[in-house]
Design a protein around this ligand. Structure first.
Ligand code: ZN
Length: 467
């Protein structure tokens, strides 16, 4: 079967045809690293990690690039407020980002390019846009001449005249037209800056993705992805920059994931309902968080609410119980043939159902239903007191294969006894005394994966079993 992708550019599902046989070149807009990521940021990371895993499952060779915006206004402001160097701040949050996404079962990208490592490439790119008449210098800033690019608005499906209504020139901007956007900004006094043909300054936000995508994946890529909020202006501007530069299509397929709400409200700083991954993954098994995120189709909004997360936990628990029951039955496995062939056929059907769901624009919600079917089948098989080794193995193998696509593990460690938990807590306390925070975090995560939650108080560490 062929994968169908909903392409935001054409607003329809299209058959995926790679640029190069057997290969997928994929670019996903990454974070601006001045804070811990919140669960809204985590959604695209989990979604596109799963997309990548499914391509790999289908035998594609995927090159996955995701950038770090490591210089911009917010970063400079945060560094000033904290009295920290920009580089120290970004390094710290890049490290935290990797910790968070690893906990959520996401693999690192093949390349994580950073703006500050591509300054020469960015300047060269802007120079070409100026030479071609797509950009102009104005008192140390460089702006993109939006009206010069014919396809402007094609991704967000807006005409340039509609866009003009909302556009205005901010104080201090020196543009020809309100729709133009900055490629290079002259440095303000005391700011971090780089030398350029237009004087000292730093790049605007949009240009980095055009430059880094081309640098690491070439002129045309298969899939460009990101959150729905990036469609306009960020991705629209990326297309304008890249296609003006190369004269070729920038990306064949554009994927955008939906928003995340907290208890049915939009997550926002002013509402104070920001949920940081770094906090929440210490309270809820990160595998449950991932399973929850994948329980809704990526293009739909998702509501982060306690009861929904709880039902994701219960669902994952059901799958894990089925898995461990099959594993247990393997101890008594035989080579006797029961009605094994029928079961093997049913397992294949479920696998097919899973693949059909994923082929249909990565419908993870339906793919998860396939896993519940598999658990049901396993339970029926065990209830009939069957013991055929090849069936038990096929069940486990299918759980593992399909779980690998979703980044979910079904195998859980045996339940810990109270004294084993206390011994681990003691080891963690010792590690913390020795400032071995890696080991101490590892123990905390290990316990959390078994649904044991630690709470560090002034009186010492307390623990409880999660719901
Ligand atoms: Zn981007």
């Amino acid at each position: 079967m062929v994968i169908q992708i909903f392409n935001s550019l054409t607003r329809q599902k299209e058959q995926f045809v790679p640029l190069e046989e057997g290969k997928v070149k994929m670019y996903v807009c990454g974070p601006t690293v001045y804070n811990f990521i919140h669960i809204g940021n985590a959604r695209p990371v989990i979604v596109y990690d799963t997309v990548r895993r499914y391509f790999q499952y289908k035998g594609y060779d995927v090159k996955y690039v995701s950038n770090f915006t490591d210089v911009d206004d917010k970063i400079i402001k945060a560094a000033n407020e904290l009295g920290e160097e920009v580089f120290e701040l970004t390094e710290r949050f890049i490290h935290a980002y990797f910790e968070d996404i690893t906990a959520l079962g996401c693999k690192q990208a093949d390349v994580h390019p950073r703006v500050t490592n591509h300054m020469d490439d960015i300047i060269e790119f802007i120079k070409v846009l100026v030479e071609k008449g797509f950009a102009y210098e104005s008192q140390g800033d460089v702006y993109y001449r939006t009206r010069k690019f014919d396809g402007y608005g094609k991704l967000s499906h807006q005409s340039i005249d509609d866009l003009k209504v909302g556009a205005r020139i901010e104080a201090g901007e020196k543009k020809e037209d309100p729709l133009d956007f900055a490629l290079w900004k002259a440095a303000k006094p005391g700011e971090i800056k780089w030398e350029s043909p237009w004087g000292e300054g730093r790049p605007g936000w949009h240009i980095e993705c055009s430059v880094m995508a081309r640098e690491h994946l070439g002129d045309t890529i298969d899939i460009h992805a990101g959150g729905q909020d990036l469609t306009f202006p960020h991705h629209e501007n990326e297309i304008a920059q890249s296609e003006a530069y190369t004269g070729k299509t920038f990306a064949k397929y554009w994927m955008h994931n939906g928003y995340i709400n907290i208890d049915n409200e939009k997550m926002s700083k002013s509402l104070g309902n920001f949920v940081l991954v770094n906090d929440i993954r210490k309270q809820i098994d990160p595998q449950v968080l991932r399973f929850f995120m994948l329980s809704v189709h990526y293009r739909h909004p998702i509501n982060f609410a306690q009861d929904l997360v709880e039902s994701a936990r219960a669902g994952l628990e059901r799958l894990r119980t089925a898995y461990s029951n099959v594993e247990y039955r393997l101890n008594a496995a035989t080579n006797l043939s029961d009605n094994g062939d029928t079961y093997l056929e049913k397992i294949e059907e479920i696998k097919k159902f899973f693949e059909e769901a994923m082929d249909d624009d990565f419908n993870t919600a339906n793919a998860i239903s396939a896993l519940f079917e598999l658990a049901k089948l396993a339970n029926t098989y065990l209830n009939e007191s069957n013991t055929e080794e090849r069936v038990l193995n096929a069940l486990l193998q299918t759980f593992n294969q399909l779980g690998e696509v979703l980044g979910i593990q079904f195998k859980v460690e045996a339940e810990l006894l109270d004294e084993e938990i206390e011994a681990l807590i003691e080891e963690r306390n010792q590690a913390r005394k020795n400032r071995d925070f890696a080991r101490s975090d590892e123990i905390r995560d290990q316990l959390l994966s078994m649904n044991i939650i630690l709470e560090d108080t002034r009186q010492g560490t307390r623990w409880k079993r999660g719901l």
